[in-house]
Ligand binder design. Structure first.
Ligand SMILES: Cc1cc2nc3c(=O)[nH]c(=O)nc-3n(C[C@H](O)[C@H](O)[C@H](O)COP(=O)(O)OP(=O)(O)OC[C@H]3O[C@@H](n4cnc5c(N)ncnc54)[C@H](O)[C@@H]3O)c2cc1C
Ligand code: SF4
Length: 558
């Protein structure tokens, strides 16, 4: 295949190796494919002298970068190369007001956009308009874009492309693997398993491997990770995470959000509070550095543990800067792998973290496109209960269940709790109570500061609710109170007893687990991984009473 437009090259870094990605276009301008070719060594790559990715001018004269680059609010790092003619950034009032987002999410997005505009100075135009279309029309010149991260935004840029407003749509540098390459990898596989994808990524990126073999002899160190919290500890013995300092831009954002809320243009949920997450490249690098040097070592063993007095545990808090596009995922895992090579962090923790970033995160991104736009509405377990008001509005006054109370409070106060409260407390609760998966997906997307369209379907519909009938995860992530008791310090101070399933102090998770199995028995019957728990429920003499009790308790806060 010959490329008719030689200016669609992008040089990028893959696991420390520079590669050239060429997009081939037919004469009509239709994208026909992508090809990746390795460059001989990093030394010969002209783009990485400053550690950042950048578009190269064509030596023959024409420079594709002469068109202004329209960057979305999740494309703010230097690897989203900007055109020589500058950048367009847009604050769309309608996009901000469309849904009841968490107040701190709105703050982070606006703060990140305004900081990027300030950094770029004269080369950036920041437009505040009602819609995105209005902004590009107001600009009055064609723009280039990178592939956006949602179906809705993709439809928009395609429409603008057809209208001639968007000149070109380039592959996104926001993820390490181009979409076409994932499609080629997935091919005709019956199942696109995360473990297979993760190995493919490790080998492709030359990450923690020696030839074809994983460093340390194993691809996964899961069995060394995922320990319960240290006995008797109220907090993990690790330095606290990076804390950004707010500035005048943040003050301006706060003022605007207060005013727009007062005037009724916005109806945010959750509390305002000091900014916890990085919104600039400088802050993102500082957060990465602190995590790798001070906290990564403790990440693996305590990845799944929860402590009431330690909201961050040893997690990286990098999902916000990663999802704003401030960090290149490959630089993040390179940094972690370097810490292992330098003896600054043990292999089990480093492998566990690398798996999250170039395994889970990228897998979830590609599944978004792989499963298609209707996947989000799947409801294989026919769960139809609307979200109750207290859950929806994050009102915890009437919630006694210590684990659920703390998780909802964390969402209200920060718009963030770590993976296990999301999966094994909030998601587990919603699955047991049969909340509608589509409503729950919307809830996660708007209530969490790192929530984006692409990240929700696989995590919520697939992993957490099993609403895809097992297309993603082979078994539902539901458990009784025993799991939460083992992995946290919640149950000791709770008015419920994790061992009880019947009575006033019956743990709603334990009782809810059996009621869930009973309700979904026919739908889960064909799943061999569920055969044992489904069988076990027949041994409960009080099953009927437990199911009736949970039906009665269903609508009330636990
Ligand atoms: C029900 C549910 C909802 C979730 N919603 C989101 C969301 O809105 N946005 C989001 O970025 N992640 C989401 N996740 C994944 C994961 O919980 C968060 O990425 C993580 O808790 C963010 O905190 P951290 O940066 O400290 O992550 P760490 O625990 O330090 O992990 C490192 C990085 O790995 C990536 N990662 C790990 N697992 C996943 C995953 N399953 N999907 C995507 N990225 C992953 C994230 O970028 C994260 O920053 C969700 C998971 C579940 C089960
Ligand atoms: S007893 Fe049940 S409700 Fe209470 S903290 Fe433990 S798991 Fe949660």
């Amino acid at each position: 295949m010959t490329c008719l437009d030689p200016f669609h090259d992008r040089v990028f870094r893959n696991g420390g190796k520079c590669q050239k990605l060429t997009q081939f276009f037919s004469r009509g301008g239709t994208a026909r494919g992508l090809e990746t070719t390795p460059l001989p060594s990093r030394d010969t790559c002209l783009t990485h002298t400053d550690g950042a990715h950048a578009r190269r001018s064509d030596p023959a004269g024409y420079d594709p970068a002469m068109t202004r680059r329209w960057l979305f609010a999740d494309q703010l790092g230097p690897h989203f190369a900007v055109g020589h003619d500058g950048v367009l950034l847009v604050e769309s009032r309608r996009a901000l007001a469309r849904r009841p987002f968490h107040r701190q999410k709105l703050h982070l997005v606006l703060s990140a956009l305004r900081h990027r505009a300030a950094e770029l100075g004269d080369s950036a135009v920041l437009l505040r308009t009602d819609t995105y279309t209005e902004a590009v029309r107001e600009l009055g010149e064609p723009v280039r874009v990178y592939e956006p991260t949602s179906y809705a935004a993709e439809r928009l840029v395609r429409r603008l492309h057809a209208d001639g407003v968007v000149e070109d749509i380039d592959p996104t540098p926001g993820f390490s693997l181009p979409r076409e390459e994932f499609a080629a990898w997935a091919g005709n596989r019956r199942r696109v398993r995360m473990e297979d994808f993760y190995r493919f990524q490790r080998l492709r990126l030359d990450l923690l491997v020696e030839g074809e073999r994983p460093v340390g002899g194993r691809w996964s160190f899961d069995d060394e990770n995922r320990e319960p919290p240290p006995k008797g500890a109220e907090r993990l013995d690790v330095p606290p995470p990076y804390q950004p300092r707010e500035d005048d831009i943040d003050a301006g954002v706060r003022e605007d959000l207060d005013r727009w809320t007062r005037e009724g243009h916005l109806s945010p949920v959750g509390d305002d509070g000091p900014r916890v997450f990085a919104v600039t490249r400088r802050e993102a690098l500082a957060a990465l550095d602190r995590f790798v040097m001070k906290r990564l070592g403790a990440f693996g063993p305590h990845e799944d543990a929860m402590l009431r007095g330690d909201w961050a545990m040893a997690h990286s808090l990098l999902s916000v800067p990663l999802n704003l596009g401030l960090l290149d995922p490959v630089e993040v895992v390179d940094r972690a792998a370097q810490a292992y090579r330098d003896g600054d962090a043990p292999l089990a923790s480093v492998e566990g973290f690398v798996r999250q970033v170039i395994g889970w995160r990228e897998y979830v991104w590609h599944l978004y496109w792989h499963f298609g736009p209707t996947y989000r509405r799947r409801n294989a377990l026919a769960a139809r209960r609307p979200l109750p008001g207290w859950f929806d509005r994050l009102e915890t006054d009437q919630v006694d269940a210590a684990c659920l109370q703390d998780a909802l409070t964390g969402v209200r106060e920060r718009g963030w709790v770590h993976h296990i409260p999301r999966l094994m407390v909030l998601g587990n609760w919603a699955a047991q109570r049969g909340y509608h998966p589509d409503a729950l997906t919307e809830w996660f997307q708007t209530r969490f500061v790192d929530g984006y369209d692409w990240v929700m379907p696989a995590n919520v519909v697939g992993m957490s609710q099993h609403a895809d009938g097992g297309a993603m995860a082979t078994k539902p992530y539901v458990s009784g109170g025993a799991y939460i008791d083992r992995m946290s310090d919640y149950c000791g101070g709770c008015r419920y007893d994790p061992k009880k399933r019947l009575g006033d102090d019956a743990c709603p998770f334990t009782a809810g687990y059996w009621a869930y199995l009973d309700r979904n028995a026919a739908r889960l019957e064909g799943n061999h991984r569920m055969a044992r728990p489904l069988q076990q429920r027949h041994r409960l003499a009080d099953l009927e009473a437990v199911v009736a009790q949970e039906r009665r308790r269903a609508a009330t806060p636990p």
